[in-house]
Design a protein around this ligand. Structure first.
Ligand code: IMP
Length: 198
């Protein structure tokens, strides 16, 4: 296979030897899809204050950009749960690391997730939030890996449905790296570790 030229942003995001990335969704497409999602959400709740709950840390750019696209009143809070750690495969365990700062009772809640994979994290969160009696509870995900689902859970608003590949960028990480990549990219592990040397 011919080697893909590396974009400036990929080089700047600290590509390491033995790893390479392939752009799956360029930043411009993410941005335009995000505007559509914001319009859809606002259309469903024209008057409500939308209380966004971001699932750290992958949600940060998505939530920040979405919040700015949503007109009207918007507030937000964050939640942290255990994730993949250093690997690329889920352990199947979900653990609460940081709870919300304020109550969600009676509020219109939009859970903002970077990616829906097995669905375990979202299932866990929805069960927790439903007990707290929000007025409405919706979910927006940037990426949906439908083929990987092992529990029955769906997002109400989906940015992109993607194949079963490990992706990084626009907030998504591998071992805490590549979050600062503007594009959503597939991460590949090379047998020939020459990608990084410029
Ligand atoms: P789930 O519980 O299996 O649905 O996984 C949800 C979490 O796993 C996401 O919020 C991400 O933090 C992480 N995750 C799943 N797939 C990927 C991926 O392709 N790249 C980076 N993180 C991922």
């Amino acid at each position: 296979m011919p080697k893909q030229p590396k974009s400036r942003s990929v080089v700047r995001a600290g590509l390491r030897s033995g790893e390479s990335v392939r752009v799956l969704i360029p930043h411009a497409r993410v941005t335009s899809r995000l505007k559509q999602l914001a319009r859809e959400i606002r259309r469903d709740f024209p008057k409500d204050r939308l209380h966004l709950i971001g699932v750290l840390k992958g949600c940060v750019f998505f939530l920040a950009d979405l919040a700015r696209e949503l007109g009207g009143e918007v507030s937000f809070d964050f939640m942290a749960v255990s994730s993949y750690g250093k690997g690329t495969a889920s352990t199947g365990e979900v653990k609460l690391i940081k709870d919300l700062d304020v109550s969600i009772e009676g509020k219109t809640i939009i859970v903002v997730e970077d990616i829906l994979d097995t669905g375990l994290t979202l299932k866990y969160l929805l069960r927790l939030f439903e007990q707290r009696k929000p007025k409405d509870l919706r979910v927006v995900v940037l990426l949906d890996k439908v083929d990987r689902r092992i529990v029955d859970v769906r997002a109400d608003y989906i940015g992109f449905t993607i194949p079963n590949e490990f992706v990084v960028g626009y907030g998504l990480d591998f071992d805490e790296r590549y979050r600062n990549l503007g594009d959503v990219c597939v991460l590949q592990f090379d047998s020939h570790a020459t990608e990084e040397s410029e």
